[in-house]
Design a protein around this ligand. Structure first.
Ligand SMILES: [Zn+2]
Length: 87
């Protein structure tokens, strides 16, 4: 049993592993905009977006996080549900 509640996604390898595993949620935070929570299958979770935000900008303007709990994600990051993948 994995007790881990959430973690920051720091590498493209981790990001792809989370998407292929398909469980839990991915939160994208943004200092200038709203944070959003996505299903791991959401089409908005692209390598290009991850690479731009986390690798090129070094997460200075926001980052990517994984959690298994939707309510927790919305509370912790004050995140909105993605209108594309979560309704
Ligand atoms: Zn989404």
């Amino acid at each position: 049993m994995n007790a881990e509640k959430w973690r920051e996604i720091k590498t493209l390898g981790e990001f792809n592993e989370i998407r292929s595993r398909g469980s839990g949620y991915v939160v994208i935070t943004d200092k200038a905009d709203e944070s959003t929570v996505h299903a791991t299958s959401c089409g908005q979770l692209t390598e290009a977006r991850f690479a731009d935000k986390v690798i090129r900008n070094e997460s200075k303007f926001g980052g990517f996080f994984w959690t298994d709990d939707l309510d927790f994600a919305m509370y912790k990051w004050d995140a909105y549900k993605c209108g594309n993948c979560l309704r």
